[in-house]
Design a protein around this ligand. Structure first.
Ligand code: NAP
Length: 335
């Protein structure tokens, strides 16, 4: 086994930080005495028997590898100088460039485990932007302790996987829930429907694991058998199953940027969430625009439009049927 040195997890008390820490120790990737985790308010209820600190700088000083596992909105509270250290971020949507700037490290990687890290069954794609040649191997060895890994050649792939495998553990559960609801609607008791749906996804996962068959091979073999399952698969396809999944992944992908990577959009979103502002509704004179300014009683005659960037426009597509026209430094929203 590769000696990875001492590992520090900033946000090690959090859900994913704890899952990674436990998986690393359980898999023997690192021993607990070479692991240090930081926490902000409190340690987990059953903390791992490793070193704990509330001082992220102390953590960095005592680590060869620093894993950043705080929520993106808390990233600004982490003030560290990790020059010379390998810094691995599992934060969704925070770029390598930003991590380099904020930590002073030229050895930066992004990895994206998922909820199954806790039980050692995560899928973790990772991207490495480092001046050190062995870093890709190190990151791979580290996350192999949490499950399967793949080295991504583009940073953008990590952003994509945030929506796909990062959120992925929830999607088979969504399918199982729909099956469960269908069973209940047809008179099966809830307890039985729940057990049946649960066992279907557990069994499907185990079969997939045992046979090492790819999902498309599995589906094809059922379709080729031309039985009841094939009838179900074909009907689901005809009803637009692929489109539904595509729309879901697309929404999850755009939500990642919407939520974390665009402070302007994030501010506007929180404005709407808190004040229930509807961008499609006309705003009365004297009320407040989303930007915080008061609407003048007489609209300005100028209709000069400042073009938005493509990224901003894409983000805005998330909002209910609206478009933004900036006027005189103020926002105007219309359906
Ligand atoms: N959950 C997932 O399935 C998943 C999957 C892929 C990627 N991720 C990414 O993993 C990151 C962590 O997610 P999570 O679900 O584990 O969130 P979480 O449960 O909220 O954990 C974040 C932890 O960071 C701590 N923290 C915040 N600021 C800190 C600071 N300055 N110093 C030390 N600790 C600090 C928080 O402490 P307090 O509780 O005291 O605030 C909390 O314990 C996120 O960036 C997310 O995008 C999550």
């Amino acid at each position: 086994m590769v000696d990875l040195g001492r590992i520090g997890i900033v946000g090690g008390a959090g859900w994913l930080g704890t899952a990674i820490a436990k998986a690393l120790v359980r898999s023997g990737t690192v021993s607990a005495d070479r692991l240090i985790c930081s926490f902000r308010r409190s340690k987990p209820v059953e903390p791992l028997d490793c070193h704990w600190t509330q001082d992220n700088r102390e953590l960095v000083d005592n680590s060869d590898i620093v894993i950043l596992s705080v929520r993106p909105q808390d990233w600004s509270t982490v003030d560290i100088d990790a020059a010379g250290k390998l810094v691995i971020s599992v934060m969704a949507g925070v770029t390598v460039e930003n991590i380099r700037e904020r930590t002073g490290s030229t050895r930066v990687a992004r990895a994206l485990p998922n909820a199954a890290a806790e039980i050692g069954f995560a899928y973790t794609p990772f991207f490495v932007a480092s001046s050190e040649t062995g870093d890709a191997e190190t990151v791979g060895a580290l996350f192999r302790g949490c499950g399967e890994v793949d080295l991504a050649s583009r940073e953008a792939d990590i952003d994509y996987f945030t929506a796909m495998s990062g959120s992925g553990a929830a999607f088979p559960a969504l399918l199982a829930e729909a099956m469960m609801n269908d069973a209940v609607a047809r008179g099966i008791t809830l307890a039985v429907a729940r057990r049946a749906a649960q066992q279907v996804i557990i069994g499907a996962g185990r079969l997939q694991e045992r046979d090492s068959a790819s999902p498309d091979d599995t589906v094809k073999s059922f379709v080729d058998y031309r039985g009841t399952t094939a009838a179900g698969i074909l009907a689901m396809r005809r009803a637009g199953f692929a489109n539904v999944v595509e729309a879901g992944l697309d929404a999850a992908f755009r939500r990642r940027r919407f939520q974390f990577n665009n402070p302007v959009i994030e501010r506007r979103a929180s404005h709407w969430n808190t004040r229930r502002f509807c961008p499609a509704r006309p705003i009365a004179a004297g009320s407040i625009w989303p930007c915080g300014r008061r609407r003048r009683s007489r609209p300005a005659p100028s209709r000069k439009t400042i073009p938005m960037t493509r990224a901003t426009r894409q983000d805005l597509r998330l909002l209910p049927a609206c478009r933004c026209v900036r006027r005189d430094g103020c926002c105007r929203w219309s359906a």
